[in-house]
Write a protein that binds this ligand. Sequence first.
Ligand code: COA
Length: 327
Amino acid sequence: MSDPALIRRAVLTGTGTYLPAQIVTNEDMAKRVDTSDEWITERTGIKQRHFAAPHETASFMGAEAGRQALSAAGLAPEALGAIIVGTSTPDNAFPATAVQIQAMLGASKAFGFDLAAACSGFIYGLSVADAMIRAGQVESVLVIGTEVYSRILNFEDRGTCVLFGDGAGAVLLQARNVAKDGAGLLSTHLHADGRLGDILYVDGATGRREMPGHLVMNGREVFRHAVSLLSSAVTEALSANGLAAADIDFLVPHQANKRIIDGVGKKLGLPPERVVVTVDKHANTSAASIPLALHEAIAGGRIKPGALVLLEALGGGLTWGSALLRI
Ligand code: COA
């Protein structure tokens, strides 16, 4: 008989990442567009990004990150239940990136699908995986964020092309029966406001042959909404769990811009040592940024078992949300 004091939760059991070999520094970008290391560093905190080679597609990178997460958890690919991929830059309109990754991993029993929520894709993916695990539909889910934004950047627009990079991150969530204060996802909260769709979007897709599909952004407007929407998302997560900011061990935010990250950290009153920042090395990798940062902090021993970690993201849509996770 199962212990009634235990709760079925989605527990993080493995993480993995993939970053393309090619590193592009701000100085390299300055050779391509009219910009400078000083401008980019001051406004965003970004120093470099990785750009994918032709073979480094969303499915290729996502599979590498996923394989690493499975191996860290010691779960055989054939035992995996599902794959959810957050991406805005899939190899094909279909098959879904998740299903391509299923084949690459040999995860023969897993179902899979892609989820389009731009930079919030990983948080949206976590939320769906959490619901499916809690409902008893599946025992294990790989949640992957994988992006090749270098292929949708407009290199004529210096205001956007310096901000993004390529990469993939993955986490494995597994159903476990745990005590109330045990590990696992404690809550997720999702939001969207389609009225703000025109401040950050890609102007095309396979359904619109006449449009090439480049990223377009009103940086000022995005910045203005980001700090206030993310701060309220963070407050919502804390109050839903009866917690104060001081209870959070680490904030692992979407890595878009150091000034946005600092703004949210400041509103929370969190000291810098409790905020994970990788935007300097990866730039904005959209749906991949949180799992990349999470992996780095966990694999590097900074975030340890038992730590309470708050994740938050905002992206095109607008979409935004949070996830509260005990490691
Ligand atoms: N290098 C040098 N100068 C640049 C530049 C670049 N890469 N990009 C823009 N500029 C110039 C502009 O042309 C403008 O010059 P002007 O005053 O002579 O016209 C000046 O810098 C200021 O541009 P502006 O766009 O007003 O800058 P900003 O202070 O708003 O900073 C962002 C731009 C993009 C860094 C900032 O708005 C931002 O971080 N927004 C949020 C973006 C984001 O995180 N998006 C993803 C969310 S998921």
